[in-house]
Design a protein. Structure first.
Length: 430
C-alpha cells in the first residue's frame, strides 16, 4: 500500500428496493510486522439495527456484530474485491492517478460509484448521493479513441480537438474510469439510454476477429441453447463496431437505479486469482456452493451445468471464476445471467481445457468428463446426458447461421469455426 493512500474507508450499500446508499460499515487495510497486508471489516451498529439490513455476501461477511479479518487477496475481502475494478479499470485508474502502483484502497476509492453490484466506498461516514451523470448523448467515437490510446499507452485525445468540447471530454474522462469488476480486460465504459445502463465493450486494433460481433453472436447462441444470458446488441460507431451488454445488476426507476448485490464465483469458492489457488477453481465445487447459498438450488445448479457444457462446446477457455457470479435483487441469491462468452481457437483438436475443473478428468472440456459429476449439479444421469446431446446438436447446427445473422463476416466465421464442438469433445476417456 502506498504511503499516500488512506488506511480505511466506509463501505456503502444500496439496499434491496432502494436507490440511495446507506453506510454498512468500515473497512481498514494495514500491514503487520511481517509486511503482510491485513484487512478488517465491521458492520456499523446503526446498520445492524435496520430491519432491512442484508449481508454484503453469503460467505465471509455475514450479518453479525463482530470484526472480520482476512490476509487473503492483499487483505481485501472477496465481496469488496468484487466491487473493485477489473484489469481494464485498474489500468485506467493507474493512468488517471499517475501512480506506478496504486494501492488496493486507491482502486476502491477511485472507482466511480457505479461499479458492479450494490457496494460503494468513501471517506465520509455519510455516503454521497448517486452521481447519475451518464450522458445519453455520449459520443462513443470519442470513448473509442480514448480506449485505443490507453491500449496503445499513448496520450488521450485532448479537449478541443476533433470537435471534442471541454464538457464532453470531462464526461468521457469520468466514464472511462469505470472498471466493472465482473470479468474482462477489454476496453469498456458505461453508457445510458432509455432502457438503462449498458457496458460498452470496444474492439481492439490488434483483435484477430471482430470481438464485438462474435461475443454478441455467442450470447445469442447461448440463448438458443436455453441459457439465461445478459442482453446484448451491436452498434456501429465511426465505422467500428461496439458491443453493448445490458447491466443486469441495475433496474432503472423514476427515482434512480435499484442495485443488486453481486458476488463472483471467485469469492464464493474462497479462491484467489493466483495459480496457487487454481485447485479451488471448479464447477463442481461451485455447484456445491450454489446448493448452499441459492434460494432455488436446483434451478441454479442446472443453469451452471448448461453454462459449463456451452463453454466446452464453444472452446471458451476464459471461463475463470470472475466470469461467473451470484446475484441478489432482494434477500435471496441466485446464479447471475451468463456474460463474457467468447470462443477460442487453441491448436489442439484432441484436448482443450476449461479454466475451471468440470469433472473427474479435471478441466478437460469433454462430454464424458462433464457428465462424470452431473449428480453434484442435482441432475439425473439421463437428464444430464440428454442435455449435453441436445446442446451439442444445437451448437453444431446453428452456430454459423447465428454468427452470420449477428453480422460476423464469413472470413471471421472461418477463423473461429474450429472452436465449436471440437473433435476431442466426444473422445473416449477410456
Amino acid at each position: 500500500m502506498t504511503s499516500e493512500a488512506p488506511g480505511e474507508c466506509f463501505v456503502y450499500i444500496t439496499l434491496p428496493g432502494e436507490t440511495e446508499p446507506v453506510t454498512a460499515g468500515r473497512f481498514a487495510l494495514s500491514v503487520d510486522r511481517r509486511g503482510v497486508p491485513e484487512g478488517r471489516f465491521v458492520y456499523g451498529r446503526s446498520y445492524l439495527e435496520r430491519p432491512n439490513a442484508v449481508a454484503l455476501d453469503p460467505v465471509e461477511l455475514k450479518l453479525a456484530p463482530r470484526t472480520y479479518a482476512t490476509a487473503s487477496m492483499g487483505g481485501v475481502f472477496g465481496a469488496l474485491r468484487d466491487a473493485s475494478p477489473d484489469y481494464w479499470g485498474r489500468r485506467v485508474i493507474q493512468r488517471h492517478l499517475g501512480k506506478a502502483q496504486p494501492s488496493e484502497m486507491d482502486y476502491l476509492l477511485y472507482s466511480p460509484d457505479d461499479r458492479a453490484g450494490a457496494l460503494g466506498f468513501g471517506l465520509n461516514q455519510t455516503p454521497p448521493a448517486p452521481r447519475r451523470s451518464f450522458n445519453r448523448t455520449l459520443d462513443l467515437a470519442t470513448v473509442q479513441a480514448i480506449a485505443d490510446a490507453i491500449v496503445a499507452d499513448e496520450d488521450q485525445p485532448a479537449a478541443g480537438g476533433d470537435g471534442v468540447s471541454d464538457a464532453d471530454h470531462d464526461q468521457v474522462e469520468k466514464l472511462m474510469v469505470i472498471g466493472t469488476s465482473m470479468g474482462g480486460a477489454r476496453p469498456k465504459a458505461v453508457v445510458e439510454d432509455d432502457d438503462g445502463l449498458w457496458i460498452a465493450k470496444f474492439n481492439r486494433p490488434d483483435d484477430a476477429w471482430n470481438h464485438a460481433r462474435v461475443e454478441h453472436a455467442m450470447l445469442t447462441l447461448a440463448r438458443a441453447c436455453r441459457l439465461v444470458t445478459a442482453e446484448s446488441r451491436v452498434v456501429e460507431v465511426a465505422g467500428r463496431d461496439v458491443l453493448l451488454v445490458k447491466r443486469f445488476d441495475r433496474e432503472k426507476t423514476d427515482a434512480g437505479y435499484r442495485r443488486a448485490r453481486m458476488v463472483s464465483a471467485l469469492t464464493l469458492l474462497r479462491a484467489e486469482d493466483t495459480y496457487q489457488s487454481r485447485n479451488k477453481w471448479s464447477y463442481v465445487l461451485l455447484a456445491e456452493e450454489l446448493r448452499r447459498v441459492c434460494a432455488e438450488p436446483r434451478q441454479s445448479t442446472a443453469e451452471l451445468f448448461r453454462r459449463m457444457c456451452f463453454n466446452a462446446l464453444i472452446s471458451n477457455v476464459d471461463d475463470h471464476p470472475r466470469n461467473h457470479a451470484i446475484l441478489a435483487r432482494a434477500a435471496d441469491w441466485s446464479l447471475s445471467p451468463a456474460y463474457d462468452l467468447t470462443p477460442a481457437v487453441p491448436v489442439s483438436t484432441e484436448r482443450r481445457d476449461l479454466a475451471m475443473e468440470c469433472g473427474d478428468a479435471g478441466r478437460y472440456a469433454n462430454a464424458e468428463n462433464l457428465l462424470s459429476q452431473s449428480a453434484r449439479f442435482l441432475l439425473a444421469a439421463g437428464e444430464a446426458r440428454a442435455l449435453v446431446d441436445e446442446m451439442e446438436a444445437q451448437v453444431r447446427a446453428s452456430w454459423y447461421a447465428i454468427a452470420r445473422a449477428a453480422g460476423v463476416s464469413a472470413r471471421d466465421c472461418d477463423k473461429i469455426a474450429i472452436a465449436f464442438a471440437y473433435p476431442g469433445f466426444r473422445q473416449s476417456l477410456t
